[in-house]
Design a protein around this ligand. Structure first.
Ligand code: A2P
Length: 341
């Protein structure tokens, strides 16, 4: 059986990786539609040795499509996802447009695959920082329960799209040439004020909300609760952009409900799907952004008990934000649906 697939945002940072992932995984693609803005219409992309032409994303493009994978921004999803569903497609959406809609499953296949079957046309992919954190915490959540999470992120610029990648490279080059570049994209593309990202760390990802936390931080709170189906879990996040191209790193501290044994913790993590443990301080081995780049796995290291809290545990969690954080998680959901059909 073959499935007709549309990629919306096919020319973007995530869209390009979705196409690559469909190819690498040998996803049973029948017809392939590559959709973007009118600016990109006519661009050519190779898939399994065949040339495809990018088209403007319009409602009619979803005629006959089985899976529509969206990553062109929230407003495009709001506008076109319903048009795709009307035409019989299942939408797997990478934007935040539908994540907190109660009827829309918010899915990480390692954590809550059972939610996929409940979809009514749209399945949401969580935020990239949330995905890798819940993959790492899932085996511990199941074994011990989790009362609270305190976390800080070190996020790559690719999470803000291809323009942010290009701008970090441009800024870096300019500074090395002794020039003073005008930052163009970060911290938030849609806000007028910009900060230098090259050789700098920015403690703002997305716009601020009224409570002093950013939207990115509130996504980590709300999405974590929805994915675990646990409205009581306490999450306190600080999300930060660092001058890295691919791979988000996270310092995650948890307090469990039940007591844990360190050897069991390591073993649970080692046996969990989607996790690779890299934790050998004596040999200076721990996950880094460059470790995770290009991989579908979530890497966990620096596993250590808190010095004071008896049920406190520290983890260092790293994953490729564009793959597990977006493209691979979306394709993985589609694969799961094909397998369980
Ligand atoms: P385009 O390249 O034609 O602008 P990124 O997250 O890397 O910024 O990528 C965003 C993706 O969303 C790109 O593929 C971009 O296409 C696409 N996109 C942006 N605006 C629209 C639009 N109005 N309609 C369809 N696709 C869009």
């Amino acid at each position: 059986d073959r499935y007709n697939v549309a990629v919306v945002g096919a020319t973007g940072a995530v869209g390009q990786k979705i196409i690559e992932t469909l190819e690498k995984r040998n996803f049973p693609v029948g017809e392939l539609k590559l959709l973007a803005s009118a600016r990109s219409a006519g661009q050519q992309v190779t898939f399994h040795g065949q040339t495809y032409t990018v088209e403007e994303a319009r409602p009619e493009a979803f005629e006959g499509i089985d899976f529509a994978l969206f990553s062109a921004g929230g407003s495009i999803s709001e506008k076109l996802a319903p048009a795709a569903v009307e035409r019989g497609a299942v939408v797997i959406d990478n934007t935040s447009a539908f994540r907190m809609v109660p009827e829309v499953p918010l899915v990480v296949p390692e954590v809550n695959p059972h939610m996929i079957g409940q979809h009514q046309g749209i399945i949401a992919n969580p935020n990239c920082s949330t995905i890798q954190m819940v993959v790492a915490l899932k085996p511990l959540y199941d074994a011990y329960g989790i009362e609270r999470i305190i976390l800080s992120t070190y996020q790559a610029v690719s999470g803000a799209g291809q323009n942010a990648i290009n701008d970090l490279l441009d800024q870096t080059r300019a500074i090395l040439d002794g020039k003073q570049p005008e930052p163009k994209v970060l911290p938030v593309g849609s806000l007028p004020k910009k900060h230098q990202q090259a050789f700098n760390v920015i403690p703002q990802i997305d716009a601020f909300t009224d409570n002093g936390y950013t939207k990115e931080e509130m996504k980590m709170v709300n999405e974590t609760r929805k994915i675990f189906g646990d409205p009581d879990i306490q999450v306190t996040p600080t999300t930060v952009r660092v001058p890295v191209l691919y791979g988000h790193s996270e310092s995650v501290y948890i307090e469990t409900k039940d007591a844990f044994d360190m050897e069991d913790v390591v073993q649970l993590l080692q046996q969990a799907p989607g996790i690779k443990v890299v934790d050998n301080p004596a040999a200076q081995e721990y996950p880094m952004a460059v470790t995770a780049e290009g991989s579908y796995d979530t890497y966990v290291g620096r596993i250590r008990r808190d010095l004071f809290h008896p049920r406190g545990l520290n983890l260092w969690v790293v994953s490729d934000n564009v793959l597990k954080g977006a493209a691979w998680n979306a394709v993985q959901i589609a694969e799961y649906m094909v397998k369980t059909r």
